[in-house]
Design a protein around this ligand. Structure first.
Ligand code: STX
Length: 321
């Protein structure tokens, strides 16, 4: 079977900075067909920002493709690379409200919501809050920020698969502070000492960047070491994780009944070490109506061939609906 791949490179035909309050301005862009089916793409992290390849997961002749950099990352302002930038007004529920502001700003009534990893959590939170605004859901690398999910990736679990990479991750943290690594990193990621901040951020971000794919991808991992990106990415992720995503216990699985009527596709890598398949399985068991694909030769990243194939098949399918 020939696997589907990204659509050709494309540039936005419109973009801007939307004032969303709290001193925040969110960068957005629109690509494809101005009269096409609206779709919004939610990046991961949180704090990962959008890339040009994210635009290419949709048929540009069929879709009006909306992307935005969530608060304090990417091209949004102010940027979390600056330690004096507060993240107090950066929560799941601020981002859900930002999506509604952006939807109204663009004159969109309803849209397909597409999200991977953290983006899948934000997609679920948005859809469960505004189900009437969602035409379909395409979700990849399911992440719901439950305590055991965070423990697996940041305290113990993935460490058993990558003991070598784990040693580099924990290196900035003294051994007597390693019983709660998320908290220990929180202190250093927000240190007034830039060297401390950058060292912790590069260790945190490179840990994730090095474990996203089934087979090592040095180029992908390397990008996570750039200081400004690493500090913003790590600060925002850690901020969400010390707050368990600003969710109630098991909230996104608990409230699936609010969205089971929405057409959906769930795509998950069998060897996803970042957001293990157990969460996608919990979502599938709670939501049997959603199409569910486990890709047996894939890790976490959307760019894994089998994962990308199912994502493009899903957006193509919904373009015709
Ligand atoms: C724990 N973070 C999971 C997540 O949302 C994620 N996985 N990969 C990414 C990027 C590729 C955006 C870094 O984000």
């Amino acid at each position: 079977m020939e696997l589907r791949t990204l659509y050709p490179p494309i540039e936005p035909y419109d973009s801007g900075l939307l004032d969303v309050g709290d001193g925040n301005r969110v960068y957005w862009e629109v690509c494809g067909n101005p009269d096409g089916k609206p779709a919004v793409m939610l990046h991961g992290g949180p704090g990962g920002g959008c890339s040009p390849a994210h635009r290419r997961q949709f048929d540009p002749e069929a879709y009006r493709i909306v992307l935005f950099d969530q608060r304090n990352c990417g091209r949004s302002e102010p940027h979390a690379k600056d330690p004096e930038v507060s993240l107090e007004a950066n929560t799941t529920w601020h981002l859900v409200a930002d999506m509604e502001r952006l939807r109204e700003h663009l004159g969109i009534d309803r849209w397909l919501v597409f999200g991977g990893s953290w983006g899948s959590a934000l997609a679920l939170a948005y859809a469960q809050t505004h189900p009437e605004r969602v035409t379909e859901l395409v979700l990849r690398g399911i992440f719901t920020l439950r305590p055991f999910e965070l423990y697996w990736f940041y305290q113990e679990g993935a460490s058993l698969i990558f003991p070598d990479l784990w040693e580099r991750y924990v290196e900035p943290i003294p051994e007597d502070e390693r019983e709660d690594l998320i908290s220990a990193f929180h202190e250093r990621l927000n240190s007034a000492d830039r060297d401390v901040r950058v060292a912790a951020a590069r260790a945190w971000s490179t840990w994730e960047g090095s474990t996203l794919t089934l087979r090592p991808d040095e180029e992908l991992a390397g990008g996570f070491g750039e200081p400004d990106y690493a500090v913003a990415f790590a600060r925002i992720e850690n901020h969400y994780f010390v707050n368990e995503g600003f969710f109630e216990e098991d909230q996104l699985i608990r409230d699936v009944d609010k969205i089971r009527h929405i057409p959906a596709v769930i795509v998950q890598g069998r060897y996803d070490m970042c957001t293990p398949v157990a969460t996608a399985w919990d979502l599938h068991r709670a939501w049997p109506e959603a199409d569910f694909h486990i890709v047996d030769d894939a890790g976490h990243a959307y760019s894994e061939p089998g994962i990308l194939h199912h994502l493009i098949e899903a957006t193509d399918k919904f373009a015709r609906d």
